[in-house]
Each structure stands twice: as C-alpha cells, then as structure tokens.
Design a protein. Sequence first.
Length: 388
Amino acid sequence: MRDLVDELAPALVPGLVALRRDLHAHPELGHHEHRTTQLLAERLEAAGLAPQLLPGTGLVCDVGDPAAAPVVLRADIDALPVTETSGVPFASTTPGTTHACGHDVHTVVVLGAALVLVEAHRRGLLGGRVRLLFQPAEEVTPGGAVEVLATGVLEGAQRFYAVHCDPRLDVGRVGLRHGAITSASDHVRVRLRGSGGHTSRPHLTGDLVFALGQVVTSLPAVLSRRLDPRTGVNLTWGRVEAGNAPNAIPVQGCVEGTLRVLDVAAWKEAGDILREVVASVAAPYAVEAVVEITPSVPPVDNDEDSVRAFQHAARLVLPEGAEARTEQSLGGEDFGWYLQDGAPGALARLGTRSPGGRTFDLHQGDFVADEGAVEVGVRLVAAVALLG
C-alpha cells in the first residue's frame, strides 16, 4: 500500500491543487453547487468511473467490487455566505460567498483518494468497494446529510470516513479522537407572551421582561444540574428582544440561542428538560411560554475501530509523529447524521496551518489553508479506504 500511495499521490497533487483553486475562486452555497458537481462528475468519468448525480446537487460514485458492502468516503462541497478577505490570488469571485471552512480542500482530497483507488482496483489491490460521496449543503440546517440519507444511496454502507480542515493543527498532522469529536447543535427559541402594561403597575400584568430575564439566566443553570456535566451541555443565548419603550411592559418577547451537547443520549433528553424548565420559570409571572427547538446536527461520535483504522493508515503512509490527539469541539458537523442513522465511522482533523505561521479561524473571511494539506489528506483517506 505504501508503495502505491508514494507512487501516485505526489503526481496527483498539482492537478488537485489547481482544481482546489478553481473551486475556491468559484464557491457555491448549499443546494446550488451545480458547477462544482459538474466538475467532479467530469473528473470521475475521465477516470473511468460512473458517477450518480444526487437530486439537486452532489453525487455518489463507486470504486471496486459491486457486490461488497461499501466503505463511504465523504466530502462536503458547499461554501459559506461570508465575504472573502484573504487576499490570495485565487480568492472568491462570487460576492459574499467563500470556502471559509475548507470544503474545497475536503473535496479534492476525496477526489484524489478516488484516483488512487481506481489504480489500486486496476492492480487488484482494492479488496472491497468504496463509495465516494460528494455531499451538498453541509452548512444548511439540518444539513445535506439528512437529505442524502433519505435518498437511500447509502443503504448497506459498512463504515463512513471524512476529514475536516483544522487551522490550529500544523500541515502534515492529523487530529484523531475516540468518542465525541464535535457537538450536537440545536437552535432554541423561547417566546413569551403576556397582557402588557405600564412599568408603574407591574403587579397588574405579567412582567414579561423580568420573566424573560429569568429564562435567560435560569435555563442554562438548571440544564447544568439536570444533565451530567460530562456530556458537555452548553446553552448560550445570542439574541434577546422585547419592548420598545422604557416605561411600557411589552406584550411579547423572545430569546434565541444554541444548545450544544457532546453526548447523544443527553442530546435526546435535553429538549424535554428545556420545555419543563421554561414552563416552571415562566409560570409565576403570568405569561405564556412557547419553546421551539430546531435540531441541527447530532454529535459526531467516532467509533473506536474507525479511529484505529485512521491511526493505522497514518502510520503506513505519513511520516512518524503525524498523529495528534485532538480536543473536542462544540461546533456542529452534519457528518454526525451518518454515524447516527447509517453506520459506524470517524471524522479526522486535517492540519492546515503553515508551521510557524498564523493560526486562522474557520468561518472567517481571511481563512487560508496551507495547500500541503492536500497530499496529506489524499494519502490518509486513500490508505484508510484500502484498509477497508
């Protein structure tokens, strides 16, 4: 395996980097990745494969034995509604849109792995089947993964693998972790409604703003006591709105935020607790409360066997010391739906920071990825697929 990857990966890199720059210059938002999908289909067809377009955008494509249960390699292909400020020569030409999360890197990594696997299959070195998944709309709630699963194209999959750019990790390194690596992320909205009144007579009406303040402060505190703190539960508010005048108690108010949980069981339990607590907090103030919870993504809970496969792959095709134990993140990633509703798998973090260089942040317009990560990703993903 090492000889094959050593032979093919370096030769593929110039073309993959050129494609990555093309995709970066022409980013497309979720459900609108038509040009991206077409370019990928053309590259796969040129390699002798038969890509299957998904409804709307995105595609799947198989390499290997059609009778075998597939191992799935997933890449997300959509960009973000963010204005690019990186200043790179191949910066986005689409106003207000850029690949600020590295999905262009993910895309060419899986494409490059596919080209390695095609040659491995030709030489009789690919024992099973690999299904390439170029998934649209990862940045759209609840995530394009839900729509892909609904098509049935992933039924029978035995394992899922993916990588995600990590600008805190030097290029050449791969971050791995057993168990939850990213968090569930749900949108929470609490609406309160009362009769309204004058601030000089709060006792004659429901003091809605005071009640809203109790919800804002009490709900995170109660959650931290009702759920095991080891589950990483975190409720943080981002928006509060109520009233227009300093001497008028408003009729309605709203608070919105995100609920993040690292444990699948606690994530499923948290919604009922939220509703119970809001009802009990609002009741003394004679206001009505409505809780709306919009599930976004479940935690990405890395399977131990899949992480071991990534470790083995890294040791086979990357320099010694490439592996790094990575920390958990409360960010959301819709790859979690595949592990929740599909089959076991793992997400690895792909270092994109230039050694000694600046640490960028994801989802920011100035994000820059060191393109040395492309070959590292191709080597890792091709090797883990060959291991089965």
